[in-house]
Structure formats: C-alpha cells, structure tokens
Design a protein around this ligand. Structure first.
Ligand code: NCD
Ligand code: ZN
Length: 354
C-alpha cells in the first residue's frame, strides 16, 4: 500500500449550472474522490457561463450543497468583465481565458480584450489560458509584457512544450499542465477509441501525433502539473451527429499514471510533484490537514465506464488494463472513499477560497 497526499486537479468541468445531466457537483466530486483527488477546480464554461457575482454564486451555492470533496470555481474572462473578475478574485479559484475555440460561449478573439484581464487580475492568483500553438505563444508574450504568471492549460504539441521550455529559461512566469489523454493517446488511436462513433475521438486540444506525444514524455521536466480536463458529455451526445468535444478523466488519471510508474516511464515523485506540490503552489491552495490517499500499487484491473461515478457513462480508456487502485481517501480526518464507495456526504466539500 502506498500513501499519497490528497491529489489536486486544477482543471475539471462539472457542468453546473446548466448541464447536470452530464455531471454535477455531486457526481463530479464523487468521481474525483474515486480517482484520489481531494481538490478540484471547476471551469466556468457552464450554462450560463460564470462571469460575474450572480453566476459565481449560482455555481458556489450548488457546490456548497453537493460537493463531496473540496472545490474551487473559476471565473471566465469575458469581453467586458475585467474589473468584476478582479473584484471576485478572493472567492474564485482563478481566471480562465478561452483564447481558442472549444465547447461553450466564452471566447476572446481580439487581443484588445485580453489586455485588461492581464493587467487587472491579481498577480498572486492564477490566470489560466486555453491557448494552443501560436495563440499560446501570444499568451506567453502577454505574461512577459504584463510581468505576471500565466498557466497554460492542457498542452499537447511538441512546439508548445519546446516554447514553454525556452520561455522558462528566459525567466518568464509560465507554467503548464498536460492531460493523461495527451500522454497515453495519439490521433492514431482515434479509430480504436471510436468504436464506429467518430465523436468519441473529439477533444480540445485534439489528440496529437505520436511525435508530439513523444515530445511531451521527453520533456516531462517542463511539465508542471497533470490535470484531467475532465469534460464529461453523455455517450448519446458523443455518438450524435453533432458530438461535443471532451473526455472524462477523473477516475482514470491516477491509475494510468501509476501504470506508467510500473512500466518505468515515470517515478512516484513525478506524480507527487505534478498532482500535489506544484498545483498547490501555482494555484495558491490551502493545506488540507489529516488528508491522504491509500493506493494498492499491485492491484491490476480493467477500466470500465459502468463502474465509474461520472454521469457521462463512457471513457476513452474502456478495457485498458491498469495497475494501481485507489483504496481509501481520507479528507480532513474523515474517510471520504473506501473500497469503491463514496462515504463523504454531499455538502462535506469546502470552497478552497472560503
Ligand atoms: C471542454 C468541455 O467540454 O467543456 N472540452 C474539451 O474538449 N476539453 C472544453 C475545454 O476544456 O476546452
Ligand atoms: Zn477544459
């Protein structure tokens, strides 16, 4: 049995308000506990999007009633809410900027709309950018110009990891995360995970080439965090004519990464640093006293969507054999998950910015 600290996922979509048939704070935080996470930071591309005091309250009230692990809620950068977002920074997990197209309505194309956010959001708190390829280069330039930290969400390309490495060497305050699906899948796997439904391979950023995947592994030292980008959409939606992009990931991240440790591709310390120490520091998160995760590193099992807590009912890793199972999660002195059962009550979770 190995003991890990309560893991932190700085990038999840829990779909509340507005799409609780996909997930809500109850099912999403249950999935988090089953995956060994005790803090999740929820993204603002909900319906309505979280962009002011009233919408932030909507999400936080739902979370207070339903969350079973600790949580934070991002506020989204809109065309004219830079002052409001900065004024809410004490209760929000951070500011999320959508600079490339994806699921939801929050997107800022014009760089004049980026400037007030880079200027005004407190420099001690995270500004997270969904920015791919050349847009990512622009976001890093903004971080340099405004002399503030920026965290690049879900990098997936060789050119991205190489540019972040170079930017870090110049002392620019940039950090980044990688999702397990961009480490364990390439676009060559799309036919296999699709099972005849091409929508199941849709995710933003898209699955990349084998060369990109190899570059991410090769430059593991540049990668600050592992984040799931848990983006549940139901199997019916994924298999429809207009499939939304996104993969669930909360319950598969740790077992996949532990399997990579067993294969000698990662160390336990790589996991510890990227799922606890770095996210705790980058996102300025509180200590969770008497909190830990017990993992049986020798238990082998097959990933099955039917056994997961997420409401979306599918996983791109269906049938994968993994080694390492979460047995127990203790959160603030209370057993929150044990032997496949979530024991923490709805409402036990606290706002990390509370
Ligand atoms: C996310 C979603 O479904 O909300 N989808 C995705 O493919 N990652 C949006 C996002 O994180 O870009
Ligand atoms: Zn996301």
């Amino acid at each position: 049995m190995i003991k890990l600290p309560g893991l932190i996922d700085p990038h999840v979509h829990l779909r509340e308000p507005g799409a609780t048939h996909k997930e809500d704070f109850d099912s999403g935080t249950s999935a988090a506990l089953a995956g060994g996470f005790t803090i999740v930071l929820a993204m603002p591309n909900t319906k309505p999007p979280i962009f002011d005091a009233a919408t932030l309250d909507l999400a936080l009230n739902a979370a207070r009633q339903k969350a079973r692990c600790d949580f934070g809620q991002y506020i989204g950068a809109g065309p004219d809410n830079a002052d409001i977002a900065a004024s809410l920074s004490g209760t929000a997990a951070g500011l999320k900027m959508y600079l490339d197209s994806t699921f939801g309505e929050l997107r800022l194309d014009d760089m004049t709309l980026w400037q007030p956010h880079f200027e005004k959001y407190p420099k001690t708190l995270p500004l997270v950018a969904h920015s791919e390829s050349r847009t990512m280069a622009a976001a890093i330039l903004f971080a340099a110009i405004y002399d503030r930290p920026v965290h690049i969400a879900h990098i997936s390309l060789k050119e991205e990891v190489l540019l972040i490495k170079a930017a870090k060497e110049k002392g620019i305050k940039v950090t980044c995360e990688v999702c397990p699906h961009h480490l364990f899948l390439s676009k060559d796997d799309i036919p296999v995970i699709s099972h005849g439904h091409p929508g199941r391979g849709e995710v933003r950023p898209r699955l990349s080439t084998k060369e990109d995947v190899a570059a991410l592994w090769q430059h593991m030292d540049v990668i600050d965090c592992f984040a799931t980008d848990h983006a549940p959409h139901t199997i019916e939606e994924k298999d429809s004519d207009n499939p939304p992009p996104g993969f669930p990931g909360l319950e598969t991240a740790l077992p996949l990464l532990l399997t990579a440790v067993d294969d000698g591709r990662l160390t336990m310390d790589d996991i510890f640093v990227r799922m606890y120490t770095n996210p705790k520091n980058i996102f300025n998160l509180p200590e969770q006293p008497e909190t830990w995760v017990e993992v049986d590193e020798n238990e082998t099992y097959e990933i099955k969507a039917a056994e997961q807590f997420t409401r979306c009912n599918w996983t791109p890793f269906e049938g994968w054999k993994v080694k390492g199972r979460v047995k127990k999660v203790v959160l603030r002195g209370k057993t929150a998950f044990e032997d496949g059962k979530v024991l923490a009550e709805a409402g036990y979770g606290r706002n990390v910015r509370g």
